[in-house]
Design a protein around this ligand. Structure first.
Ligand SMILES: Nc1ncnc2c1ncn2[C@@H]1O[C@H](COP(=O)(O)OP(=O)(O)O)[C@@H](O)[C@H]1O
Ligand SMILES: [Mg+2]
Length: 476
């Protein structure tokens, strides 16, 4: 997948499909389709390199076009104005703005040749005569800019551009149009890849996987969701429709607790996900199982400028005034250290209050009861209050927490623990040796770290526990 921005720390996203005793599709995170590999344009090598270089030199003749690197545009097109002779150290070119240049070249590294226009805009990159980075980028750009087409094949790999805009290409009618069709007969689409996996599972009776790979913000999570929607829609049986809805319902919940706003993506998954979807002999969904990894725990206690903590915290704070949540004693997310570090608690176009309703709705759909939900919300609120507990310096080596600290008391009340003990153990540690047990005070810095470590631990346990409960709800 290609995105407008580049990745630093993206951990999410594959769509993987698989089958089990019955037949199973996996939809998960991180990588490229079973039927896929990663395209490495710069890595094309000819077997007889020297001979090929000679033959290649013959192509650098007048009126042919090449791509040369450009600081702004990445690649710019240029036309050859004089035939290149092997051994020449420059290539005579005319740029698109009509300037003439003597472009220095190494005989072993001539600039990539540009494809004839007639080939450009093809729906499969393998149809191009020259397949290298500028050819790939140009072809994708022509398709996107001229025809608003975001999908292109490269053989069996689907390349997707992120349009950053809702396109009317994902409705049920489109799903049904792709259902039962061959990949080659239809326009490139995520549904075609999903259909191919579904069909191969049925035809060959074998597990299938789809892997979605790309930089942060490229559209992996969205694609994985569409692939799951495809399976849920095509395998719908009238008798057992609830299962498909449940499989889809795990997305809003895992996104609420595992996604956050980053500078690259307003809904960045901060964990790896691997989803298995199981089918019966009639190829209808009978259950699912999700595996998660590498949740970014540091985000619970720290966010960079303009980033947010996990969505669920803001959803809760936005619902603080609802009678049902009064006892959590929450306030605006601006009031809590753990939610206000990025100094911007809102996301454009997102209504955290409405999303809270959605989260609750999906919990209900999965059959996770109100009591369970309230326990989850209590723990999450306790984490926010813990982050506001004041730790003060006492002398050089010690620190303390006031047993009357408001947030300490709410934290203890929500979790049913004793506040004097929590106050004590936030600022002290117990060292047990073979001969004795020593209680050592901690400095404020150490105590703050210990408090944050506790918050991260509680959150990651809660995350795992919720995933476990979702998996139970998705069992067949
Ligand atoms: N196919 C698509 N159509 C419309 N918008 C998309 C599409 N794919 C991605 N987006 C937009 O880009 C944002 C980032 O995509 P996402 O799938 O979360 O990226 P990733 O998981 O690769 O980091 C989404 O929130 C959505 O707004
Ligand atoms: Mg993602």
């Amino acid at each position: 997948m290609l995105g407008a921005n580049s990745s630093v720390n993206e951990r999410e996203n594959i769509v993987v499909i698989f089958h089990h005793p019955y037949g199973q599709l996996r939809v998960g995170a991180e990588g490229a389709a079973s039927s896929a590999a990663v395209l490495v344009p710069g890595a094309l090598r000819f077997p007889a390199a020297a001979a090929a270089a000679m033959a290649l030199a013959d192509l650098y003749t007048q009126y042919n076009r090449v791509w040369i690197p450009d600081a702004e545009e990445v690649w710019q097109s240029a036309e050859i104005t004089a035939n290149y002779r092997p051994g020449d150290h420059s290539l005579h070119l005319q740029l698109e703005d009509c300037t003439e240049v003597d472009y220095p070249v190494e005989p072993s590294a001539l600039p990539p040749l540009r494809n004839p226009d007639i080939l450009v805009g093809e729906n499969d990159l393998t149809a191009l005569s020259y397949l290298h980075e500028p050819a790939v980028l140009h072809n994708l750009r022509v398709r996107f800019v001229e025809s608003r087409l975001i999908y292109t094949y490269s053989g069996i790999i689907l390349v997707a551009m992120n349009p950053y805009k809702e396109l009317p290409i994902y409705g049920d009618a489109i799903i049904h149009a792709y259902s039962g069709q061959n990949m080659g007969d239809m326009d490139p689409h995520i549904f075609a890849v999903a259909e191919e996996a579904y069909k191969q599972m049925a035809r060959n009776d074998r597990n299938q996987s789809i892997i979605v790979s790309g930089e942060s913000g490229a559209g992996k999570t969205v694609s994985a969701r569409y692939a799951m929607r495809y399976f849920a829609t095509v395998s719908k049986s009238s008798s057992n429709a609830k299962v498909e809805d449940k499989v889809l319902a795990c997305n809003p919940i895992t996104e609420a607790i595992g996604n956050a706003k980053t500078t690259r993506n307003d809904n960045s998954s901060r964990f790896g996900k691997y989803m298995e979807i199981s089918f019966d002999r009639k190829y209808q969904i009978i259950g699912a199982n999700m595996r998660t990894y590498l949740l970014e725990k540091s985000r619970v206690v720290f966010q960079s400028e303009n980033e947010r903590n996990y969505h669920i915290f803001y959803q809760l704070c936005a619902s603080a005034q609802s009678p049902k949540f009064k006892h959590l004693q929450l306030a605006s997310a601006e009031e809590f250290n753990y939610t206000n570090m990025g100094r911007n608690i809102t996301i454009e176009g997102v209504n955290d209050h409405a999303d809270m309703k959605e989260t609750q709705k999906t919990f209900n759909l999965l059959g996770l009861k109100e009591d369970f939900q309230m326990d989850v919300f209590k723990i999450l609120s306790a984490i926010l209050h813990l982050g506001n507990v004041q730790i003060s310096t006492v002398g050089d080596e010690k620190s303390s927490v006031d047993v009357d600290d408001k947030h300490l008391n709410i934290f203890c009340e929500l979790l049913g623990v004793e506040s004097d003990k929590v106050a004590q153990w936030l600022c002290h540690r117990k060292i047990i040796t073979t001969s004795e047990t020593v209680v050592k005070p901690m400095t404020k810095h150490q105590a703050v770290n210990a408090r944050d470590a506790l918050a991260k631990k509680i959150y990651s346990h809660l995350f795992d526990f919720i995933v476990e409960q979702i998996n139970k709800a998705l069992q067949f």
